[in-house]
Design a protein around this ligand. Sequence first.
Ligand code: NDP
Ligand code: 2IT
Length: 443
Amino acid sequence: MSYTSRVLEESIEKNANEPEFQQALTEILPTLQPIIEENPQYEQAKILERLVEPERSIIFRVPWVDDKGEIQINRAYRVQFNSAIGPFKGGMRFHPSVNLSVIKFLGFEQIFKNSLSGLAIGGGKGGSDFDPKDKSEREVMVFCQSLMNELYKHLGANQDVPAGDIGVGGREIGYMFGQYKRLTDQFEGVFTGKGIPYGGSLGRTEATGYGLMYMVECMLETKGESLVGKKVAISGSGNVAIYAVEKAQQLGATVITVSDSNGYVYDPEGIDLALVKEIKEVRRGRIKEYVDVRVNAEYVENGLVWSVPCDIALPCATQNELLLDGATKLIENGCTIVAEGSNMSTSLDATHLLLENNVFYAPGKASNAGGVSVSALEMAQNASWTPWTAEEVDVKLRVIMRNIFTNSYNAAEKYGMKGNLSVGANIAGFKKVADAMMLQGAV
Ligand code: NDP
Ligand code: 2IT
């Protein structure tokens, strides 16, 4: 049995109740086989056995008092997966579906993504099963403060630097950062995605969505095409989706869908982004409100957004949102590019189907790396007490996304899998981390 198969089998058994983590392991480990064969020292040094085991996992209670005066208890996590190439770095997710398996899959993916960014950031992820959706401003604040009363002990600008993810945006980061500062008396770059008045980077809010479109530009260039005139289907209507819509429109595409967990909107004229921002960023409302204003658009409750014909599909909501049925529809309708804004958007069987049908596919760890990359740029600005302009950040983001594309593309080609960005991204991300671990001894 090959080394990668053996470690996969052992880690699946060891993490028996963690389906999302198992899925990430199954997606990544087998693709590393060629680089493992080329570098027998990795097996000797048990690099894979070490890589699949987080350096530290913290699970803790978050008690808080709701608006009725009742005590509520949530569970929170921080999985500090790998710090071989830099401080732990990765977002916090607040969503009722959060559990250890979800946080571990996200943290594991983050190791490779952060390495691909070319910047000095290790992999980590955290979150809680808290649902900010139905909570008042005060409840969100006291929850964030209570969570930090424990988490602050494990964070630091050179130790572990969280950011946002599903359910965690500028508001939540502000409350968590404020509580960290209060508890430690330190003003340091311990979160990214901070507000601009207190050390946030210009361009971080837009970075994931914009970066995704810069990646799609690179994919199109290989076919001598551009975004002009392309029909783009996007799922989600949160941070990543909104700024993917914005950049896609700026680059000449027509975005025809957005969604949330209740349904999708199909607007053949092109999504009215100002309206989506008003509903989602200002009112924190539901996407179905879109058709109250844009009466010619259609709202489909619980529908399959991937059944809308498009040239390019960009899942930007959550994991496993593009399954076999969706992939089949996309292929039938002539879609030629799928690039993931969300993490592990596509199930393994759906990914295989897309690849078999020559759909050019970019995995989230490559195509959504713009967010964490600008986070690392925020850390650099904080460390030097010097803010950069939005233009400087955007230029750097675009260069980073192009490098990620090229490095992933070239790695796939080198190992005889030309065009398979999934394999390429895994190999390119793995190499730097593995070499850093080798150089640091058995740690
Ligand atoms: P937001 O909370 O801003 O938005 C999430 C969107 O996805 C909402 O429209 C939400 O709908 C929808 N969604 C969430 N969970 C589900 C679900 N279970 N089923 C269907 N729809 C769902 O999060 P982000 O935009 O920040 O994150 C979206 C994805 O991008 C995640 O996978 C995240 O890990 C990834 N990502 C985020 C980065 C960032 O910088 N923010 C960076 C890289 C990746 P509803 O309101 O109904 O829940
Ligand atoms: O999945 C991700 O890369 C993020 N949620 C962003 C992480 C970060 O530290 O900016």
